[in-house]
Design a binder for this molecule. Structure first.
Ligand SMILES: CC[C@@H](C(=O)O)C(=O)SCCNC(=O)CCNC(=O)[C@H](O)C(C)(C)COP(=O)(O)OP(=O)(O)OC[C@H]1O[C@@H](n2cnc3c(N)ncnc32)[C@H](O)[C@@H]1OP(=O)(O)O
Length: 318
């Protein structure tokens, strides 16, 4: 079995859609590559295990917001091979998190992520292994973006190379002032390979993407907001003892969108996801199916009862 995680309910519920929806259905867990593309997830996992270091830490909170931390501070949170494997496992856990509503992706020790661990990249520089690592990371980051959770990349410090690509695998990006996102790939004689270019075009448009990649431009929070890459800037008051940390800021920012029961928030993400990824007719049919999962559900019935209650109280008053 190449990909063992169960398919999200969203994909299972698509029954009569067109070409693109069927494509999505075939992709177990929302992945892009599987055995039909000659790709073996297990084979590359085994190779990646030879490059240890760091960890990916997942904290699921009662609020329904999880915190995923890229943790390899001695290498500016660069991704070792085992961290790539770890990320895939943590994404599987998030796919199966029934009570989840949101996830914040952050780096440890006030920096975000400096991309691939260059030591691993050097050791895997033959093109076949490089391609397999790229397919593995595309699968994982595509699944991250397709989670039925609202996701935010919290960028403090530097997000470089693959780290910049990781930010594009979230629904939103928040930047602490003084931070930088930079697609440094051109300086390395490369282009993004973790799906970052395709996602960047979707976020900022092709002209801005060409500028950011072609110029390997350092994007600070101001430029990030200007081009539409960044959704909010966090200014942390380090003087005040009671000041919120960037993570606390990010949690309260995200909680604006995650108030309410998990099935409803998940449904919100799913209708947006289908609108983002599917042709209109297929997206409309999918939206209808997702609507069917919340129509008459507990939150819907409660909201209706409360409205009737309010109307009765009002009419008594009048
Ligand atoms: C496949 C390509 C692409 C992709 O996957 O899409 C990539 O991601 S390739 C990697 C792209 N990233 C980079 O090129 C960043 C390289 N690093 C730097 O430019 C700098 O280290 C920094 C991130 C700007 C930080 O600079 P500074 O604050 O001056 O700290 P140091 O340079 O001293 O770094 C501390 C420490 O961390 C090690 N480090 C940093 N990044 C990486 C990395 N990507 N891989 C491995 N190690 C990394 C750095 O070597 C230092 O280690 P020591 O010398 O042992 O202290």
């Amino acid at each position: 079995m190449v990909l063992s995680a169960p398919r999200p309910r969203f994909l299972r519920s698509i029954s009569c859609l067109g070409f693109w929806a069927r494509q999505l259905q075939q992709q177990s867990s929302g992945s892009v590559y599987s055995s039909i593309h000659g790709f073996s997830q297990e084979e590359i996992k085994e190779k990646l295990q030879a490059f240890p270091g760091g960890s990916i830490d997942l904290l699921k909170q009662d609020s329904g917001i999880a915190v995923l931390t890229i943790n390899n501070p001695h290498r500016m949170n660069a991704f070792s091979g085992t961290m790539m494997v770890d990320l895939e496992e943590k994404v599987t856990q998030l796919e199966n998190w029934t009570d989840g509503k949101g996830v914040i992706v952050q780096g440890a020790a006030q920096t975000f992520c400096s991309g691939s661990d260059l030591n691993a990249v050097r050791a895997m520089s033959n093109s076949q292994d490089g391609m397999k690592m790229c397919m593995f990371m595309q699968n994982t980051l595509t699944r991250l973006l397709r989670l039925p959770l609202i996701s935010v990349a919290l960028v403090e410090g530097k997000a470089l190379g693959g780290g910049a690509e990781l930010t594009t695998a979230c629904d939103f990006r928040l930047m602490a002032s003084g931070s930088v996102i930079q697609f440094v790939h051109k300086h390395m004689g490369l282009v993004p390979g973790w799906g970052g270019a395709a996602r960047l075009v979707g976020i900022v448009g092709s002209r801005n993407a060409l500028k950011l990649l072609g110029g390997a431009i350092k994007v600070d929070s101001e430029l990030g907001v200007h081009v539409g890459l960044v959704d909010g800037v966090l200014k942390v008051d380090q003087e005040s003892e009671r000041a919120e940390t960037s993570l606390q800021h990010a949690e309260s920012w995200l909680s604006q969108y995650t108030k309410g029961p998990a099935p409803v928030i998940k449904a919100v993400k799913k209708v947006v996801l289908s609108g983002r990824e599917l042709p209109l007719s297929d997206a409309l049919r999918t939206e209808k199916d997702i609507f069917g999962t919340v129509w008459g559900g507990p939150a819907n019935l409660q909201a209706l009862a409360e409205q009737i209650q309010t109307q009765v109280t009002l009419s008594e008053f009048l």
